[in-house]
Design a protein around this ligand. Structure first.
Ligand code: EPU
Length: 335
């Protein structure tokens, strides 16, 4: 555990934005985490996980604590299922590969999502018809004020679409240290309802969790940029959820507007479609751009600043608002 000063965060955020942290410390045990937090004012603390869902727009005049807790443990198992506890600093996709090697099912649709295990519950990551909450049992988190550890049940996490209590009432108040999942060992429930997955599985007799994972990996690789090659944070915007009345009103002018069912009286609109229609797909200004295959993803072609990416996001938001009267919300956290 060594405190570094003026450390560049370029390698620590998937957008690849080159800003500096006043102080930087990587912790590898809960004890180190407690020791560090004890010494830093809550307002000075910046908790960093995989850095895959953030846009850094300026140098951080803070102590950045890189949570690098590692380990996976089987807590309990029977014939049908297993309870696995994973430390928050484990890479999400590596964890899924480990699940597949052990024939543990439930998370395969979430293959290749960038980031670490500890950030996954914060925004209840989801893809191809599955969300983290479907296999989630609990998580352990350290209160940054009292340094006590609390276990949060699924109910207490208040999961929603890309949302949880950790993005709302408890924002910045806890550091997630581990997550526990209930996974299946046999009779896996495959989620293949998503059209693109079905097409990938054609010709495979009795597909299993590995086939679903491979299908997801293939689809993602075709549509989404790899952050190691082009900086990005996945979907930059959430798919907006609007009332059926609003939807009908917009459809008078835009009859082709697509929608998906949402909670009662509401529909979900694909933001990627709106941005695409507004002509931004493949748009580029300097090194900031909109991905050419998926308009929901903003990209850094090399040396864009966070402010340039944010400018582009605001420009897109303004255009969608004036054209459709729909207000897009950022999925990515801005700092
Ligand atoms: N669409 C366009 N143009 C585009 C992109 C999308 O017209 O450039 C249309 C598609 O044709 C489709 C609809 O929009 O009809 C939905 O697109 P897609 O199925 O690609 O999914 P999405 O709504 O764009 C969401 C998640 C992704 C997740 C996929 C698959 C959000 C904000 N995004 O994207 O999550 O991988 O579904 O389940 O909910 C992420 O959160 O970082 C992420 C990548």
């Amino acid at each position: 555990m060594r405190l570094l000063r003026n450390k560049s965060l370029k390698e620590y955020n998937s957008f690849g934005i080159d800003v500096k942290a006043k102080n930087f410390i990587s912790i590898t045990s809960e004890n180190e985490l407690k020791q560090t937090i004890r010494k830093v004012y809550a307002s000075e603390l910046f908790i960093l996980g995989g850095g895959s869902n953030m846009l850094l727009t300026k140098d951080l005049d803070k102590t950045v604590v890189h949570v690098n807790l590692k380990g996976k443990e089987i807590l309990e198992e029977d014939d049908a299922s297993v309870l696995v506890c994973v430390k928050s600093g484990e890479n999400w996709h590596q964890f899924i590969l480990w699940c597949l090697e052990n024939n543990f099912g439930g998370l395969e649709n979430l293959s290749l999502i960038p980031g670490n295990v500890g950030s996954a519950p914060i925004q209840n990551i989801g893809a191809y018809g599955v969300e983290l909450k479907d296999s989630f049992v609990s998580c352990e988190a350290l209160n940054v004020q009292t340094l006590e550890t609390t276990v949060f049940s699924k109910e207490e996490c208040c999961f929603g679409y890309r949302n949880s209590v950790f993005k709302n009432e408890l924002k910045n108040r806890f550091v997630i240290t581990s997550v526990t999942f209930r996974l299946t060992k046999k009779e896996h429930q495959l989620h293949t309802g998503y059209g693109a997955i079905q097409s990938e599985l054609v010709g495979i007799e009795n597909p299993g969790i590995r086939d679903v994972s491979n299908a997801v990996i293939k689809i993602r690789q075709e549509k989404l940029p790899d952050p190691k090659e082009i900086g990005n944070s996945g979907s930059f915007f959430k798919n907006p959820i609007i009332s059926v009345e609003e939807f009908e009103a917009i459809k008078i002018k835009h009859s082709e507007l697509p929608s998906y069912p949402a909670n009662e009286g509401h529909v979900k609109i694909p933001a990627g479609w709106l941005i695409d229609q507004a002509g931004f797909k493949g748009y580029r200004k300097g090194d900031a751009g909109v991905h050419e295959k998926q308009a929901l993803v903003l990209v850094n072609y090399g040396n864009a600043s966070g402010a340039e990416i944010l400018d582009l996001a605001e420009k897109i938001r303004g255009k969608i608002n004036s054209e459709y009267g729909i207000s897009l919300e950022f999925e990515v956290n801005i700092f």
